[in-house]
Structures are given as structure tokens and as C-alpha cells.
Design a protein. Structure first.
Length: 451
């Protein structure tokens, strides 16, 4: 990184950043309180609040959101008549999945091969540390030239919409001239990237029932309708032969016009096994950023170990549908539910329940804030020009904020580059990325204040 006072300050703060991220990662802050104690999320929220208070933030508050979780808010006033920037991150994390598959404990930040491993290290506890580093660097080099609001969400990964509904009920709270969402990531480590689009998503739970109770498969199998087989047929109908998503009435042929994702690079990033084909048609970028994608997240059925020779009376699945910008998530949900009902065989009883939804998002990359960010990233990443890419994931709050504040510019940056393996086992963050992006954010705030 080229030498400048902000970069030098951030570099000097990296040991402190590692120690703080270690503390924050240690909280098992999964916002599913059937799996993890609520006290773990509350502990993380209080840690974030204390960190904001230590930086001089005012009005620090734990906001009780309608989904039973807490978001943390703070305000740092800037010079008179200064612009206001809202910085976003979330402290809740995905479950670690199979803890035995982690090379090191998921809630213990561990350095290995130049990366820091731990659940939430990149998504998105590291994003909060990035915001702290940027602000500290500015404080040490002339002060923070804008007023800063920080909001750190407590249930982003669950998609339960607590903060969105709170923001709608308190629209004055998060008003800002520009919003920096620290929950995205560079297209590749070392390549500075802003995320121009996000897919929306819907979660639908499907229940199929065929019998009053399980039956002996020898006595009744072959004529008695098997609910699990019926469910499998329904799920299979959601994809064509090549794996493309096929929901009746849902367009799936849009094309991505922008930064492309080479197929071989994607295979490596996704760790696709040798000989296994990618699914879908069109370019990889089309499939990830411009088209809907269905995923079966889970099925309730007997495990193989301990299974009995029975015809199953009922079966249940959770389906995720990612929807691209330009497609309404509510309409996509209706089409998905109608498809499931239409493709359920044998007259089986089927019910669907939507349990989460978020709209897609498209940013205005021609705005002045993006010019300020491009200039900042060019300094933080010498020799690299800022790129704009899509992201297949969803951040439902983005559309809520865009609707509440239509004149506000929204930028998406973050630490979730492909090597981070967010949501998977062995999630990690690159300390180099944390350092560079903290410098970029600090310089952006300075540039933006002067724009």
C-alpha cells in the first residue's frame, strides 16, 4: 500500500483490530434462539455498543426490533453543516454448520496461512471492525469530516426483517446523505469492488401430507402414496435438466452486462469437484447476478441411521428463491407457491408458508459518492481501478433504506471476497483486505466531505 498518514495509522491499529475481532467472534451470536442462547446475541450487541461509546458516539442505543432481536445505533456528530454518512454492519452470524469440519473452533479467531478464521470474521463482524478502523484513522489525522451514524443489525442472516420494520416505524433515525453497507466484498482479494446489485430472496416452507400415519412399506408400499417421494418430485420440478431454475411464470433468461466471472475461476472459488458440471445456462455472471436461483435448504425426513421400512405420511422442505433486480420478490413468492401446488403429484395435500422475504437492489453507480469511493480505492489499492460487480446474496435492508430515503446514495463494500467462504465451514477474513478497505473507507469519508 502506498505510504500516506491514514494508511500508516490503519497499519499501526491492526494488532488492536485483531484483538477486538477475536472478542467479537467469540460470541455465538446466531439469531436463531432455538439453536443458540439469546444471551450470546445480547452479549455481542453490548460489545458493539461499548465500542461505539468508547469512540465518542452519542445516543448509543440497543434497539429492540419487532423480530425479537437487537440492533445497535450510535451517532458521532461532525463539523457544523457536515454531510451525514450511515455505516452499516451486522453482528449476527450464520450457524457454524458441522463444527467438526472446521480446522479450528468456529468461535475462536485463529490465524492460519495469513488469514484469520472464525464465524463472522468476514460476514460481518469484520465489517464493524472495518468501520472502527476507518474512523480511528481519521481521528488521528485531522478528525472525522462528516457526521456519522452507525447501525449494526442483529438478525440479518435470519431474514426476519426486524431492522427493516423498525426503520419503517422510525424513518428519521437512519436518515443520511450517503449509506455505506459494509456487508459485501471484493470480486477477488486485491481487486477493489463496489457491489452494484443484490438479488432479493424469499424463503418458503413446504409441507406435503398423504397418510394419517406412517405405514409398513412391505404391507402397503407400492400403492400407498409416499409423502417423501411426492416432495422429491415437487423439488425436482424446480429445475430443468441442465439445472436452470424453472418456476412456472418466472422469467429466467436475463443477461448480465458488466464484469464477467470466468467459469474456471468460479469452479475454483466454489471448489467444484473434478468432473462435476456447473448448473444452469448463460454466463456465470448471468446465473449469479441476473437470474433467479432456487435452492433446497433442508428437508425434514427420517435420517438414514435408524430409518425404518416405512412409507412416510408427511415430509417438509425449506426452499430459498433468489430473485434478481427488476423482479418483485412478493410476486416471485406467489409464483413459487403456485408452482409447488401445481406440481404436487397424486393429489397429495400440500401447504406453503412464506417465512422470509427481501427485495433485490440496484445502486446508482454514477452518483458523486461512487466517484469519491473510486478515488479512495485507487489509493488503498495502488495500480487497481475500482470495479462494479453484482452479488448473488441478499441484504433486505438495502431496499428498505432506498425506499425510505430515495435521494440517499448507497454504496456496498466489504470483506466477503471468494476466499472468505462466508456461510461455509472455515470462514475467514484477509487482514490485508481489512486493512486496505479500512483505508479506502477513511479516504472515502474525507473525499465525500469535500465533494
Amino acid at each position: 500500500m502506498s505510504s500516506n498518514p491514514v494508511a500508516e495509522t490503519v497499519a499501526s491499529l491492526m494488532p488492536r483490530a485483531k484483538a477486538e475481532l477475536t472478542e467479537l467472534v467469540s460470541f455465538k451470536s446466531v439469531a436463531d434462539f432455538d439453536q443458540y442462547p439469546k444471551s450470546e446475541s445480547e452479549g455481542a450487541a453490548n460489545w458493539v455498543a461499548d465500542a461505539l461509546r468508547a469512540e465518542g458516539f452519542q445516543d448509543v442505543a440497543l434497539l429492540d426490533t419487532p423480530d425479537g432481536t437487537q440492533s445497535v445505533y450510535g451517532y458521532l456528530p461532525g463539523p457544523e453543516d457536515a454531510k451525514t454518512v450511515l455505516l452499516y454492519a451486522h453482528y449476527d452470524v450464520q450457524p457454524p454448520l458441522d463444527e467438526a469440519a472446521w480446522a479450528t473452533p468456529p468461535f475462536e479467531l485463529t490465524e492460519r496461512d495469513g488469514r484469520w478464521y472464525g464465524r463472522g470474521s468476514a460476514d460481518c463482524k469484520g465489517g464493524f471492525i472495518m468501520h472502527l478502523l476507518a474512523l480511528r484513522a481519521l481521528k488521528a489525522n485531522g478528525g472525522v469530516p462528516v457526521s456519522v451514524k452507525v447501525i449494526v443489525e442483529g438478525s440479518e442472516e435470519q431474514g426476519t426483517g426486524g431492522l427493516e420494520r423498525y426503520a419503517e416505524e422510525h424513518p428519521e433515525l437512519l436518515t443520511a446523505d450517503t449509506i455505506v453497507i459494509g456487508d459485501a466484498g471484493n470480486f477477488r482479494a486485491g481487486l477493489p469492488t463496489v457491489t452494484a446489485t443484490l438479488r432479493g430472496m424469499t424463503l418458503v416452507r413446504v409441507q406435503v401430507d398423504t397418510l394419517e400415519g406412517n405405514l409398513h412399506s412391505g404391507q402397503f408400499g407400492g400403492a400407498a402414496p409416499d409423502a417423501l417421494s411426492a416432495l422429491i418430485r415437487v423439488l425436482d420440478s424446480l429445475r430443468s435438466e441442465d439445472g436452470s431454475t424453472t418456476v412456472d411464470g418466472l422469467a429466467a433468461d436475463a443477461q448480465w452486462d458488466g464484469l464477467q466471472y470466468e467459469e474456471e475461476a468460479f469452479r475454483q472459488d466454489a471448489k467444484v469437484l473434478d468432473g462435476v458440471e456447473l448448473i444452469g445456462s448463460g454466463t456465470v455472471a448471468d446465473r449469479l447476478w441476473a437470474r433467479p436461483a432456487v435452492t433446497v435448504l433442508g428437508i425434514d425426513c427420517p435420517p438414514v441411521v435408524g430409518a425404518t421400512p416405512s412409507v412416510q405420511a408427511g415430509a417438509r422442505a425449506l426452499i430459498s428463491l433468489r430473485v434478481p433486480p427488476g423482479m418483485d420478490a412478493a410476486e416471485a413468492t406467489k409464483l413459487l407457491q403456485a408452482h409447488v401446488e401445481a406440481h404436487t403429484p397424486w393429489g397429495a395435500r400440500v401447504s406453503t408458508e412464506q417465512i422470509g422475504q427481501g427485495q433485490a437492489f440496484r445502486a446508482d453507480t454514477s452518483s458523486p459518492a461512487y466517484a469519491s469511493m473510486a478515488e479512495a480505492m485507487a489509493v488503498a489499492y495502488p495500480g487497481q481501478e475500482m470495479q462494479s460487480a453484482g452479488m448473488g446474496g441478499s441484504i433486505p435492508l438495502c431496499n428498505t433504506l432506498a425506499s425510505l430515503y430515495p435521494q440517499t446514495e448507497i454504496l456496498l463494500i466489504g470483506l466477503s471476497e471468494p476466499e472468505a467462504q462466508i456461510h461455509a465451514v472455515n470462514e475467514s477474513v484477509s487482514p490485508d483486505e481489512l486493512e486496505r478497505l479500512s483505508v479506502a473507507e477513511a479516504l472515502f469519508l474525507r473525499n465525500y466531505a469535500a465533494s
